[in-house]
Design a protein around this ligand. Structure first.
Ligand code: SF4
Ligand code: SF4
Ligand code: SF4
Length: 298
């Protein structure tokens, strides 16, 4: 190939080079731990920055655009009417929306409040609860269509990078389709359930490489329930171990109590499902019904 022809080919390749996707990273009610996990990607993050156009990331940069976005990564639960409005606006200007972490996926830690009364949760903390305008805490999927749920509290940074790489090469990211028990058994750990410890590994989405049980800490279920989670036998086992209804309720509401699977069991141990908190009536727009939600392994 002559030099002229080579230059022409190079020019052509430049012309068809795809535009860098615009990415926004957003945060709602959260501890910001998921964003720290992204920042912890260090060198890989620089690579990611060079291959994308990150136009909104208040934790990482001073100047931030308001969209539109090819990819929006959202951390945190929806807990106020303002947040509910904002997530709907964001959805309208986003092509691919990712819920990152258990707060954005299920309401996570902020949603623990949904399972108690105002008197139990707010009165001991605030002098006056009149100023509190929070609504039932929930994941963003209760308000908008979510294209991918990245589980965990916080998620595994390797999973974050894999998902981003998949999207950059035009692949649909996929969840690991196994529970925490799989890597735990592969690592030849002693089973904590057999030792009388309340491990939630059998019903929890894998993908964290059993980081807790590898250190003999029972899995607390931070990655949420697997699609085929068989809850009842585990609950019976907890009861046999001597845990009472209140203990069991706490196991299930820590990270994913609002998920369809867990709310079924939590409903047996507390009456939150029948209870309508006063704030719910003030909610400007009702969340979408369960049927309207995106069912991506939530
Ligand atoms: S999922 Fe966990 S780490 Fe992420 S914001 Fe919520 S509480 Fe923090
Ligand atoms: S320790 Fe937990 S995660 Fe590991 S095999 Fe037993 S139940 Fe499963
Ligand atoms: S072992 Fe369980 S609690 Fe620990 S990171 Fe994995 S899913 Fe979360």
């Amino acid at each position: 190939m002559t030099g002229k022809k080579r230059d022409k080919e190079r020019k052509k390749r430049k012309m068809i080079k795809p535009k860098k996707p615009t990415v926004g990273i957003f945060s709602f009610t959260s501890c910001a731990g998921c964003q720290f996990e992204i920042l912890d990607c260090e060198d890989d993050l620089l690579e990611l920055f060079s291959r994308t156009n990150i136009t909104h990331f208040p934790m990482g940069k001073a100047k931030n655009d308001e969209g539109p976005f090819d990819i929006a990564i959202v951390e945190g639960a929806i807990t106020t009417p303002e947040e509910a409005k904002k997530i709907k606006e964001l959805r309208q200007k986003t092509k691919f929306l990712i819920a990152i972490g258990s707060c954005a996926s299920y309401g996570g830690v902020p949603a623990i409040k949904d399972f108690y009364t105002e008197e139990e949760i707010e009165v001991p903390v605030y002098k006056s609860t009149k100023v509190i305008k929070s609504i039932r805490a929930d994941g963003i999927g209760n308000y908008v269509k979510v294209d991918y749920y990245m589980h965990g509290c916080p998620p595994n940074k390797c999973e974050f990078l894999t998902v981003m790489k998949d999207l950059l090469v035009g692949k649909t990211p996929r969840h690991p389709e196994y529970s925490v028990c799989k890597p735990c058994r592969e690592h030849k750990n002693p089973c904590l359930l057999q030792m009388g410890k309340p491990c939630m590994g059998p019903i929890t989405n894998g993908g964290c490489d059993s980081v807790c049980t590898d250190h003999r800490i029972p899995c607390k279920g931070c990655r949420g329930p697997t699609e085929d989670a068989n809850i009842d036998p585990l609950v019976h086992l907890y009861e046999k171990m001597g845990y009472n209804d209140d203990d069991i309720k706490k196991f299930f509401i820590s990270y994913a109590g609002t998920s369809k699977v867990f709310s079924k069991i939590v409903g047996k141990t507390c009456d939150f499902l029948a209870e309508q908190k006063p704030q719910q009536a003030q909610q400007p727009q009702q969340p979408q019904s369960q049927q309207e939600k995106t069912e991506v392994n939530r």
